[in-house]
Design a protein around this ligand. Sequence first.
Ligand SMILES: C[S@@+](CC[C@H](N)C(=O)[O-])C[C@H]1O[C@@H](n2cnc3c(N)ncnc32)[C@H](O)[C@@H]1O
Length: 172
Amino acid sequence: MEKKERFIVKGRQMKKLNLPKDQCDAIFNQKYCDIDYEFMGFLDVYESLSKIVPKYWSIVDLGCAYAPQCFYFEKHKEYVGVDVSGCLKFKAGNTKHFRMPIEKFIKEHSSEFNMDETFAICSYVGDQSMKIVRQTFKNVFTYYPHGMSLGESKKIGIMIKKIKKIKDKNAK
Ligand SMILES: C[S@@+](CC[C@H](N)C(=O)[O-])C[C@H]1O[C@@H](n2cnc3c(N)ncnc32)[C@H](O)[C@@H]1O
């Protein structure tokens, strides 16, 4: 197999994430893209979970967005990304993407997973989705921050400002 050019993205959250350069170029340069080398989503959550969930389990990431986090789960059985958006997404060797609402995915595909060996993640997505994800999967992490410490909310504020800046730049 052709060995793709890879590099380590610097930054606090991203220390161990190796991303193929060709995918970065294509994804970061697509229209309206709001991630870049400095901010790729809330990846520290994924990094931590990738160390806990056994490698022979399936990962179902509901609301995966651009899915750079799929590379934290390269050695797992499979990484399944679900998102309603049609943006170009990162893909590792074991990645499958479903472009559809979380609710539809659960209705049509959740029965295909062995619930004893599947870990569902729904992070920074929203209350309604979190509820249905928790009702469906046995092993699950859902998270939507509220009532953070000053330090944490400052960090999120900086990220949001960064996203807005990139969006404004793309809109010009
Ligand atoms: C803020 S991003 C979070 C991305 C990633 N989970 C993270 O933590 O970095 C939220 C993503 O959820 C997706 N999303 C929100 N509600 C959804 C739904 N009901 N069905 C599918 N995707 C949804 C959006 O399209 C967006 O890409």
